[in-house]
Design a protein around this ligand. Structure first.
Ligand code: OAD
Length: 252
């Protein structure tokens, strides 16, 4: 019936009104930000249990700042959204996508113009005090000393979730509800290995959503949970889906 998997994905999206996207590091690879796992991934260079664990930050904040946080901050200053982020924004404009749940801390969905983005693992764009928990932006804080210090005297840290820390309970609950009620879930650029984010497609599938996965590599969801897997880069696949949808909507 359909000429290709792209057409099937486009057809499922055209029918949807309560779509949700779950995105991971892979969607930002075409913006020049490396993923965590796999070839060229951040965790190949640094040990996440050493530098991305809350215990390490508490016990050795200087090293975590120097090895992890400053490196990520540098990458994020120049990154701009790519066709993957922009394609999801188009789906929102079309009334198909409600919300993006992202595991990324790079802010690129918001930069692409998406209006409802759940930052499941927090954001690198803001700093948070480890003592009084007040948030501030990077520009308002002196980086003469690392780690930077809050007016209350405690150290500041990026407002991200580290290993060993819980997900904000309100965001987790909202994400679970969205997953349970969506008609289509686009799962883009995630290895689907880190809980509880990795569980969201299972909730959606269990409640009858159509799951479209985009990733150059198969994941634990592929052929099990995903109805369609488009094995390719996020930008190119999103461009092709949106083009196929535009064609359908124009009645071609
Ligand atoms: P991973 O690094 O685990 O996975 C990235 C995925 O993107 C892989 O499955 C790649 O195959 C895929 N990929 C690579 N290039 C791509 C491209 N151009 N287009 C689409 N996909 C591509 O990243 P996440 O699944 O996001 O958490 O990792 C989840 C969490 O683990 C992160 O949020 C972070 C990390 O530890 C914390 O730091 C708490």
């Amino acid at each position: 019936m359909y000429s290709s998997l792209i057409d099937q994905a486009a057809e499922a999206c055209v029918q949807a009104t309560k779509g949700v996207a779950l995105t991971g590091a892979g969607i930002s690879v075409e913006s020049g930000i490396p993923p965590f796992r796999g070839k060229g991934g951040l965790w190949e260079k640094i040990d996440p249990m050493k530098y991305a664990h809350i215990d390490m930050l508490v016990n050795n904040p200087v090293e975590v700042w120097e090895v992890l946080f400053l490196g990520i901050a540098e990458l994020l200053t120049t990154a701009v959204p790519n066709a993957g982020h922009l394609g999801l924004q188009r789906l929102e404009q079309m009334g198909i996508l409600q919300t993006i749940i992202t595991q990324n801390v790079d802010g690129l969905h918001q930069k692409a113009g998406s209006s409802d983005v759940i930052e499941f693992h927090g954001t690198h764009a803001m700093l948070r005090c480890m003592g009084c928990h007040v948030r501030s932006d990077w520009q308002s804080v002196s980086m003469d000393r690392i780690p930077p210090v809050c007016p209350c005297g405690a150290y500041l840290r990026p407002d991200v979730v580290m290993f060993g820390e819980p997900i904000d309970v309100g965001l987790l609950r909202r994400s679970q509800i969205l997953a349970a009620n969506c008609d289509v879930m686009l799962v883009i650029g995630t290895s689907a290995t880190v809980e509880p984010a990795a569980y969201l497609p299972l909730i959606a599938k269990d409640r009858g959503a159509f799951i479209i996965e985009i990733n150059p590599e198969p994941t634990p969801l592929t052929n099990r949970i995903s109805d369609i897997t488009l094995l390719g880069p996020a930008g190119e696949m999103m461009d092709r889906i949106v083009a196929a949808m535009d064609k359908r909507r124009a009645g071609a």
